[in-house]
Design a protein around this ligand. Structure first.
Ligand SMILES: [Zn+2]
Length: 129
């Protein structure tokens, strides 16, 4: 049985191991699941509350016999969709900044190597005179 699609967002470790499931019972609210292994994702809030609630996601679609919204910890409530989306955008931006920074570090490193090379050449010439 199939239960709607999930959206992938970046986790705090900046990979794509977190999926978001839109609540059907409470429109505008979502459940966040993080990857456990392979196609298995566990509810993030349930995990904090000490309960294991696992769903199976195949090609970004929730599959299985159980409704992804049922059988959560009694205190596990879905999150406001906006708060999750804002977090995802923030993480996307941070990822871009990281990429830029890595590029800049690479350029500085090359510049440093180049300068050292020039200095060494100058030293060589000086001793040659
Ligand atoms: Zn839960």
């Amino acid at each position: 049985m199939e239960f709607g699609r999930v959206t992938r967002i970046r986790s705090k470790y900046l990979n794509d191991s977190v999926v978001v499931y839109q609540s059907v019972k409470q429109p505008g609210y979502v459940y966040k699941f993080s990857r456990k292994k392979d196609n298995e994702y566990r509810c993030c809030r349930c995990r904090e509350l000490g309960k294991q609630r696992v769903i199976t996601v195949v090609d970004d679609v929730v599959v299985g016999r159980k409704d992804p919204e049922s059988d959560h910890h009694p205190d596990c409530v879905p999150l406001r969709e906006e708060s999750v989306t804002a977090l995802s955008i923030d993480r996307d931006m941070r990822n871009e900044v990281n990429a830029c920074f890595n590029d800049l570090t690479f350029k500085l490193c090359m510049l440093d190597k180049f300068c050292n090379h020039r200095i060494r050449q100058t030293d060589y010439r000086r001793t040659d005179d």
